[in-house]
Design a protein around this ligand. Structure first.
Ligand code: PLP
Length: 207
């Protein structure tokens, strides 16, 4: 089975983290990606991630699992137990639930704040205007380890201006990590300073 038909991995600078998005993929494709040496994976639902990874975890001690989908506070405990990185910190209630669970489980997971960079009403992410205050709340009040920002730009517009705005927001907060860019727009994201790209279709084929 062919993973990474476009050879994205070979062409990337070493310091870029390529996250293989394994949501909706069958086990044999995940196993093929592991056999090909992939270790950073992204999932957008806690339950599906448990199904994919709970047993495999122990076999791959260097596995890094990123939560890239919206989190409900009643799933925060399961998320903290399974994932290594939370990329979808986007509202106070979730930040508080994560803090509680990390304390309870003795885990301190690096987090990305998800920004609703296109100000789309239906989309997850903190509003751009609320970002500085939310960042301070997460770090200073709750003591969460916020390492960067994450975003999904609007589907129907060129992505570059949104990626540039993300870079600027991260710089303003002194954050060095930026998770942005998917199968259709990762080259533009890299041009704008992405450090983490999240790729599903272009690695695994259609879901
Ligand atoms: C599904 C998903 C991806 C991967 O999308 P592709 O277009 O298949 O590369 C990246 N990020 C998030 C948040 C996703 O939900």
């Amino acid at each position: 089975m062919k993973i990474d038909p476009l050879h994205i991995r070979e062409k990337l600078p070493e310091k870029i983290t390529l996250i293989a998005v394994s949501k909706n993929q069958p086990d044999e494709k995940i196993d093929a990606a592991l056999a090909a040496g992939f270790r950073q994976f992204g999932e957008n639902r806690v339950q599906e991630a448990q199904r994919h990874w709970q047993e495999k975890r122990a076999l791959y001690p260097d596995l890094v699992l990123h939560l890239i989908g919206p989190l409900q506070s009643n799933k925060a405990g399961d998320a903290v137990a399974l994932f290594d990185v939370i990329q979808t910190l986007d509202r106070p209630k979730i930040a508080e639930a994560l803090r509680r669970e990390m304390e309870r489980q003795g885990r301190d997971l690096p987090c990305f704040i998800q920004v609703n960079i296109g100000d789309e009403p239906q989309k997850a992410g903190i509003a751009v205007a609320d970002l500085p205050e939310f960042y301070r709340y997460c770090t200073e009040t709750l003591g969460l380890s916020v390492v960067g920002l994450m975003a999904i730009p609007p589907f129907d517009q060129p992505a570059t201006p949104f990626f540039q705005r993300m870079r600027h927001l991260a710089d303003t907060l002194g954050l060095t990590q930026l998770s942005m860019g998917m199968s259709d727009d990762y080259p533009e994201a890299l041009d704008c300073g992405a450090t983490h790209i999240r790729i599903g279709t272009a690695l695994f084929g259609q879901r």
